[in-house]
Write a protein that binds this ligand. Structure first.
Ligand code: NAP
Length: 513
């Protein structure tokens, strides 16, 4: 039994209060616990602001980039051990765990590399200077400076390593200290990664603190220069965004919430086309990777009426061939969902969708055995009036086919009923059809992924979040934005216009005189 500890104010401490059990989702065995209380939130925040912040801000971007490079190496060196932890406490197959861990180390390395493009000054100039008056004696430069506060990173259970790593990379490179909170159900991996980060000694004291238990009261202690980066359900996101203290102090809050992502097959795609092959392959990955517990996984599948039989047959074949079982078995391709609560949620969600959908494969019935297993479930909407499938995220291996007439306009209308999503993918080699779909859905999405014969063998699927492109989405997806290269630093930087004589403003902030 492992009891997870918090790293706060420079020391590891066991929590207090009633323990919350951590399970191996493949067997339901209790393998550890988290004691949720016992961290002094005000002192932890003050330690970050007063000790970690000044130490980070005293470094150049390049020095902070070197730290990220070192952290990436640390994760890579411990990859096999961490894959084992992800299997035991997250129900991750080896492939799932690599997706999470390599995502974390890759994103840290990506931002380490980006630091080389940043200036040696403590600030970044934002765009060209602007003449405000009749002469250059009244001039403005926009500059971006690290906010002298703390970044509170709240992560979901499904990506304990990547979620922590991608937020950490942007925040540390920007010069803002981090308090990271892991989703409790799978916190063992985040805890072990945190142990490695602290033991590496790479980050200055106070710039990294870790809490595995509840932090709901911490938002009441945040100040105006602080930032919250939250990933999780829309329900929790609304609570955090609505926190009275955060509203009163204008604490920056970035919300990455849930999303009813879609994929649409163009009417031109035939069974033998590369676009069709990618469509089926990406649907299969999204439905089974991490047992469908990816915020970017497809939930709605739009298929032209005349392609329905071919799509169903091809996808059902792939889903049926997926070996499901204990995540630690190397031959298994899909493990369990992460917790008993998650299992109940997924089964309940499938039952609700069945009210307006037919079941093609799977269903809500429990699978044999003690673990938290759900069979891959493919549903089909009875008609285009079905509404719940556009609103309810079933966070597991479940997606719904929505037949449509093949028109770009109809596809865009149906996809946008998701109310704002992280990602939509469209597959076609008809450039006119694709451009109409993209134009119709882009404002409602953080990312639009276009599959064609040209991308075959060259592109990671729409479910993969890459640090060079933004991640986030409008509306119900939370309205947040992360990553996207240097854009990912923005939440942690304050943009200020410096106005005055150009020779002074230019000299102070590095622009040409
Ligand atoms: P969740 O229940 O909303 O929890 C998310 C995080 O918030 C956890 O660390 C949780 O801690 C914490 N939390 C709960 N109540 C809080 C409060 N009042 N104040 C501060 N923190 C609080 O979500 P989840 O079940 O972990 O994750 C699944 C959901 O996340 C899915 O809906 C999925 O779509 C979404 N997700 C979105 C993205 C994205 O990038 N958009 C990525 C991954 C997942 P405890 O675990 O201790 O309760």
């Amino acid at each position: 039994m492992t009891s997870l500890q918090s790293y706060a104010c420079g020391q590891w401490t066991a929590g207090s209060g009633d323990p919350v059990a951590l399970h191996d989702p493949s067997t339901a065995e209790v393998i550890g616990d988290v004691r949720p209380a016992g961290v002094d939130f005000a002192a932890t925040l003050a330690h970050a602001r007063n000790v970690g912040g000044p130490a980070l801000r005293a470094m150049t971007f390049a020095q902070r980039g070197e730290i990220l490079k070192g952290l990436s190496k640390v994760l890579h060196e411990h990859r096999d051990e961490l894959i084992g932890v992800a299997g035991r406490n997250g129900g991750n197959t080896r492939g799932d765990a690599k997706f999470d861990l390599d995502g974390a180390s890759g994103t840290l390395a990506f931002y380490a590399h980006l630091s080389k493009s940043l200036p040696e000054t403590p600030w970044i100039t934002d765009g060209e200077g602007t003449q405000l008056g009749r002469t250059a004696r009244f001039w403005a430069e926009h500059v971006l400076l690290p906010r002298p506060g703390v970044a509170l990173h709240i992560n979901a259970f499904n990506f304990p390593a990547w979620g922590m790593g991608e937020k950490l990379a942007c925040s540390i490179l920007a010069g803002v200290p981090v308090i990271t909170k892991a989703g409790t159900a799978s916190a063992m991996l985040a805890w072990r990664v945190s142990e490695l980060i602290v033991a590496s000694g790479l980050l200055p004291e106070g710039s990294f603190q870790f809490i595995p238990g509840s932090i709901s009261a911490m938002t009441d202690h945040l100040e105006s220069m602080d930032v919250v980066a939250f990933t999780g359900s829309a329900r929790t996101g609304i609570r955090i965004r609505g926190n009275a203290n955060c509203i009163a102090k204008s604490v920056r809050v970035n919300i990455e919430a849930d999303s009813i992502n879609s994929a649409v097959l163009g009417p031109d795609c035939d069974f033998d086309d590369d676009s069709f092959t990618q469509f089926i392959s990406n649907l299969h990955i999204d439905m089974t990777q991490k047992a469908g517990q990816k915020c970017t996984a497809v939930r709605r599948i739009l298929v032209p009426h005349d392609k329905l039989d071919e799509v169903k047959e091809a996808l059902v074949d792939r889903l049926k061939s997926t070996r499901i079982g204990n995540a630690l078995d190397p031959d298994v391709r899909m493990g369990p969902v992460a917790s008993a609560a998650q299992l109940e949620d997924v089964r309940g969600g499938i039952q609700k969708l069945q009210a307006e959908c037919d079941t093609i494969l799977g269903g809500p019935e429990a699978m044999d055995g003690p673990g938290y297993f759900v069979t891959p479930t493919l549903l089909q909407a009875r008609n285009n009036d079905a509404q719940l499938l556009h609103e309810l995220e079933v966070f597991g291996p479940c997606a719904t086919i929505l037949p449509y007439d093949g028109k770009a306009e109809t596809a865009a209308d149906l996809i946008n009923r998701g109310g704002g999503c992280l990602v939509a993918s469209a597959y076609s080699d008809d450039k006119k059809w694709i451009s109409e779909v993209v134009a119709g859905i882009a404002p409602w999405h953080g990312r639009v992924w276009v599959g064609s014969e040209k991308t075959m063998g060259h592109a990671l699927g729409p479910g993969a979040v890459l640090p060079g492109a933004i991640h986030g989405g409008p509306g119900r997806a939370g309205g947040g934005e992360e990553l996207g290269g240097l854009r990912g630093l923005q939440p942690y930087l304050q943009r200020t216009a410096i106005q005055g004589d150009r020779s002074v403003v230019g000299r102070s902030f590095g622009s040409p005189e």
